[in-house]
Design a protein around this ligand. Structure first.
Ligand code: NDP
Length: 448
């Protein structure tokens, strides 16, 4: 799709000029602006008030030095980020990523996506994202703790329960959130719900760990049902084997699907009998080992070196749950020619523009990340509510609210797409529905 609206083109050109090297960020913005064309054409206020020019510019970017001491007594240094993108509808909210590929472009693309995603949840959450180019792989618990403490030594100045509430993402799970929370509490001398994804003994919410994976399957199930399909009897391929992937496996198996392949960044496993999420949980969450270890549990399974080949495994449903741009045009075409009927994104921006074009051309179902993986942040929003009320809800209460939110997101995307003449295009619907609420709040709040 190419943009024709002159206002949108001028904003995009300006952005490309100022951020030429921020590839992922420009990719995310272009994808959204393409869908917004009919919305901008229909209402002159967005151009008059330069809503697009403002919404693509983060409200604040913080970059900082993170020095820490490794187990050999050597001083290491990494670069930390927090991008506070948009607070029109609530405090900034979004995860922290620890991975060597983290840079400003990656954090800006994630923060930008988060603005629309959080709006879709219907909860009062603004958008932000953060992280560091620190690689947690192979580090001892002591090194992880010292790193997290140093990271928080700077971050604490910029966050707070009514200002900015970070959470986990790649490389940040319960262990890291615990260390970050402990240091925040010490520096501020206050207990508050400043981070989500906390342990259950100190303010965490039941079902938060499962929420992104479960929510992805609730969304996919609603999308499938709307097209006369279901997970029942379907072959499912899930990339990744982290937090999102593990619980997507659990829920889609419960809904009748069979997960036949999963991966990590080294390679992928294929088990035609179905992969039990509990085995992956033990390998990844308890042993912190590589996915290849699956063969020790199920010797009849197959292991293949290299993670990208996973999309050549024939399946009915694909759930990319690893990282950005993991499905390129060729992988998308392989999925389609092998009979895949739907791609639902657990990871953020896992499909390249060429892959998305291939899905749309083939007319298969496509659940875009900002809608399909919103269950994690939605449940973080529920954790914030419980912290404010000083209450804890049961697993079933939180899970029921999550399911309700995900079905509501699907319905909102489908209805926005139809309203703007793109019936069935859930990608466009997600961008439009997410945008309208934030843009309306920005119009009410004046130029700020
Ligand atoms: P985890 O760190 O728990 O797991 C990430 C998984 O993806 C691991 O299996 C990892 O393999 C693999 N992976 C990471 N980077 C690459 C890469 N460059 N190439 C191939 N595989 C890779 O992260 P999460 O499960 O939390 O996050 C996965 C995705 O879901 C991310 O895109 C994240 O932004 C998104 N997401 C997460 C949410 C959450 O609540 N956690 C909420 C919404 C979206 P290895 O161990 O070998 O690195």
């Amino acid at each position: 799709m190419s943009i024709k609206n002159q206002y949108l083109l001028s904003v995009l050109d300006g952005l490309k000029g100022r951020n030429a090297h921020e590839r992922e960020y420009l990719q995310a913005v272009t994808e959204v602006l393409e869908s917004l064309e009919p919305v901008i054409d229909a209402d002159p206020r967005y151009e008059q008030q330069n809503i697009i020019g403002r919404i693509v510019e983060p409200e604040r970017v913080v970059m900082f030095r993170v020095p820490w001491v490794d187990d050999n007594g050597k001083v290491q240094v990494n670069r930390g980020f927090r991008v506070q993108f948009n607070s029109a509808i609530g405090p900034y909210k979004g995860g922290l990523r620890l991975h060597p590929t983290v840079n400003l472009s990656v954090i800006k693309f994630l923060g930008f996506e988060q603005v629309f995603k959080n709006s879709l949840t219907t909860l009062p959450l603004g958008g932000g994202k953060g992280g560091c180019d620190f690689d947690p792989k192979g580090k001892s618990d002591g090194e992880i703790m010292r790193f997290c403490q140093s990271f928080m030594n700077e971050l604490y100045r910029h966050i707070g329960p009514n200002t900015d509430v970070p959470a986990g993402d790649i490389g940040v799970g319960a262990r890291e959130i615990g260390f970050l929370f402990g240091q925040y509490k010490k520096l501020r001398n206050e207990w508050s719900g400043v981070l989500t994804g906390k342990g259950l003994s100190y303010g965490g919410s039941l079902a938060r760990t499962e929420a992104t994976g479960f929510g992805l399957c609730y969304f996919a199930d609603a999308h499938l049902r709307d097209n006369g399909q279901s997970f029942q009897g379907k072959r499912v391929v899930i990339s990744g084997s982290g937090n999102v992937a593990i619980y997507a496996n659990q829920k889609c198996t419960k809904l009748g699907g069979k997960v036949i392949a999963m991966s990590d960044s080294n390679g992928y496993i294929v088990d035609e009998n179905g992969i039990d999420y509990k085995v992956i949980q033990e390998i990844k969450e308890v042993k912190r080992a590589r996915i290849k270890t699956y063969l020790d549990y199920v010797p009849t399974a197959k292991y293949v070196d290299g993670c990208n080949g996973i999309w050549s495994v024939s399946c009915d449903i694909a759930l990319p749950c690893a990282t950005q741009n993991e499905i390129d045009g060729a992988s998308a075409k392989a999925l389609i020619s092998n009979g895949c009927i739907g791609v639902f994104e657990g990871a953020n921006m896992p499909s390249t523009p060429e892959a998305i074009a291939a899905y749309l051309e083939a007319g298969i179902m496509f659940g875009p990340a900002k809608a399909a993986n919103a269950g994690g942040v939605a449940t973080s929003g529920l954790e914030m509510s419980q912290n404010s009320e000083r209450l804890s809800w049961t697993f079933d209460e939180v899970d029921a609210k999550l399911k309700n939110i995900m079905e509501g997101i699907y319905a909102a995307c489908a209805s926005a797409a139809e309203q703007y003449g793109m019936k069935g295009n859930i990608q466009a619907g997600a961008n439009i529905a997410g945008f309208l609420k934030v843009a309306d709040a920005m119009l009410w709040q004046g130029v700020c």
